[in-house]
Ligand binder design. Structure first.
Ligand SMILES: Nc1ncnc2c1ncn2[C@@H]1O[C@H](COP(=O)(O)OP(=O)(O)OP(=O)(O)O)[C@@H](O)[C@H]1O
Ligand SMILES: O=C(O)[C@H](O)COP(=O)(O)O
Length: 399
């Protein structure tokens, strides 16, 4: 497959790509599980006495979250429990000086790779390997390590270019994410395979359903995709506030796929039997889907009876994959669906993967233990791709 840190020679000068892309609120970078996960790889390399130079990106040019990585260095240092130096340069003289003055066991983070013009355009690895960015930095290193699984669907210079110029290895995060997230496409399970599908990115998850073919036995639906399927089944759901066309647009974009999925695999697709909404007293109220006769309100969660029908399906499964929340779980009133399925998964010993940055946040928010899940992914777009068995550019160049 690919080489890992177990194959690395001692005392190397290593260039390591992490994915520390994080939410930024009021110019403050928010700590999150990406730091914690990557800290393991960084600590292992520093403890082994390598000279460790880190690359990562934050946001996209033009966005409010397109900021320097200075704060990331401080947050990472806390998680690694080791000093992380920072230099506000990617491959200029300042960066090279800092790289050259590193001693064994020291760690240095370079500036946001997306501040470098050659990083972003999606191009073939050979083109990226030929950039000044890669050609300038590569000679200062003995090895390249990619730990940024969650960015590996991008063919950017720091993700694909160095792997063609230096001996390339997968970091610990890359290794575990790859193995768990590809398993739906690559592994044979003895029993029932179930996928929980929700969230707001309806087109993405509907494509996953469409591409997975016979790999999944049961789909349990909620969120926006769930409402679109209910609409296809003839129910008056998918309410848009005045002046908005969100549901109508999603419906137009996905209608053909939804109808053919229902046609071909309708018995494998479980839809909500009741839904929850906010009543006039700002409280959670529920209604049976069969009683909905007008499209006049927004639904923010699946109902309790739906959770009761989904629960035994999860408990009977050999493997459960989650992509997207079943409701607006950030508001406790509408967390019943998401927490209900996650709790069922955590109480069984099935193989499980929970993906999506937002959805996996529900685990800690509602006091569940990550250790009760097979794998909690820190990837968004890369997880979606892995679920369909599509190759990831950053992984292919490691192979
Ligand atoms: N019925 C609903 N109405 C409004 N929001 C919903 C509803 N159902 C789910 N959500 C929202 O969906 C979000 C999670 O799904 P989403 O697809 O956006 O992200 P994800 O898959 O968790 O992560 P990533 O952003 O990393 O891909 C949650 O934040 C939740 O509030
Ligand atoms: O946060 C992510 O999902 C990855 O870092 C990819 O970021 P991007 O969507 O801006 O390329």
């Amino acid at each position: 497959m690919f080489k890992t840190l177990d194959d690395l020679n001692p005392e190397q000068r290593v260039l390591v790509r992490l994915d520390l892309n994080s939410p930024v609120e009021d110019d403050e970078v928010q700590d999150n599980r990406r730091f914690d996960r990557h800290a393991e790889t960084v600590r292992e390399l520093a403890d082994a006495g390598h000279r460790v130079v880190l690359m990562a990106h934050q946001g996209r040019p033009g966005g409010d979250d397109f900021v320097s990585l200075e704060q990331h260095a401080a947050i990472l240092a806390k998680h690694v429990d080791h000093d992380v130096q920072f230099v506000a340069d990617t491959y200029g003289d300042e960066a090279i000086d800092a790289i050259e003055s590193l001693s064994a066991g020291e760690v240095l983070l370079l500036e946001n790779t997306r501040m470098c013009d050659e990083e972003l355009p999606e191009e073939d690895p050979e083109v990226k390997a030929d950039t000044e960015f890669v050609q300038t930095l590569a000679p200062y290193f003995d090895a390249y390590i990619n730990d940024a699984y969650s960015a590996a669907h991008r063919s950017h210079a720091s993700l694909v270019g160095f792997a063609l110029e230096l001996p390339a290895y997968a970091g610990r995060v890359m290794q575990t994410e790859y193995e768990a997230n590809s398993s739906i496409a690559t592994r044979e399970f003895d029993g029932q395979v179930t996928m929980v599908v929700g969230g707001t990115k309806a087109t993405d998850v509907i494509n996953v359903m469409n591409n997975l073919g016979d790999k999944v036995d049961q789909f349990l639906l909620g969120g926006i995709a769930g409402e679109l399927f209910l609409r296809a089944a003839g129910h008056e759901v998918g309410f848009d506030l005045d002046g908005m066309d969100f549901f109508d647009d999603q419906w137009e974009a996905n209608r053909d796929t939804i109808e053919s999925l229902l046609d071909e695999r309708g018995d494998q697709i479980k839809l909500a039997v009741d839904l929850a909404y906010e009543d006039d007293n700002d409280e959670r109220a529920e209604i049976a889907v069969s009683d909905i006769d007008e499209k006049d309100r927004a639904y923010l969660d699946v109902g309790s009876e739906t959770v009761e029908t989904y629960d035994p399906i999860i408990r009977d499964s050999e493997a459960v994959f989650v992509k997207g929340a079943l409701g607006l779980f950030e508001d406790e009133r509408f967390s019943v669906g998401t927490v209900g399925v996650l709790r069922a998964i955590s109480e069984t010993d099935c193989f499980s993967v929970v993906g999506g940055g937002d959805t996996s946040r529900a685990i800690e928010m509602y006091g569940m233990d990550e250790a009760d899940f097979g794998h909690v992914s820190i990837a968004g777009g890369a997880y979606i791709r892995a679920l369909t068995g599509a190759p990831l550019a950053g992984v292919e160049v490691l192979k």
